[in-house]
Design a protein around this ligand. Sequence first.
Ligand code: DX5
Ligand code: ZN
Length: 217
Amino acid sequence: GKRPLIAPSMLKCDFANLHTDIARLEAANAPLLHMDVMDGHFVPNLSYGALVIEKIRKCTDLPFDAHLMISDPEKYYQDYVNAGCDAITIHIEAVPEPGELLEKIRASGCSPGLVLNPDTPVEAIKPWISACDLVLVMSVNPGFGGQKFMPVALDKLSAIKELLRDDQFLSIDGGVALDTIGECAQHGANLFVCGSSIFDKDDYSEAVSGLLAEINI
Ligand code: DX5
Ligand code: ZN
């Protein structure tokens, strides 16, 4: 299996001081950044898009995983490739037949990922799991940080874990914190998206190492 990774979710970050905030995440040994892109249509909130990510790209060499919470990723994914994202994760609810788009993302040089909401069954993504470098399980309804972890995600992790190869990431996003990350790891997750559990703390290093400690790293 893969070494577990903590991916800070760039949603509760300090948008007025992104450069400083990213330097603090680098100092905390964050191995990648999770970019929460929201279009105010697929989810009831608006965050930021490719123009901002392109600027952040110049601040750090950390890999970027773009979590596209947008209704038409087919139309916009190339902007995220051009902005310097390393992985692009699309929602099955937005693209019910994602085969072609996943291939296009890979052909563009990015790692393709597929994500499913709490109400979406694992069956919906099954035919395309092998085409992904990462599968992301939402443990909250997407749109906002700071929500409560939904345990329904744990069974999904187990079910998807059975279908994955060793070279694929199994990721979890939403309410991942000191009291929930251990269970997620036990159910097979190895890429943990963490928003509030990092950004609500004064010391990001302490936050990241505390989370890793819960999964015995
Ligand atoms: C939810 C986003 C998450 C969120 C995580 O719509 O996809 O990445 O920001 O934040 P926490 O960890 O606070 O639930
Ligand atoms: Zn996210």
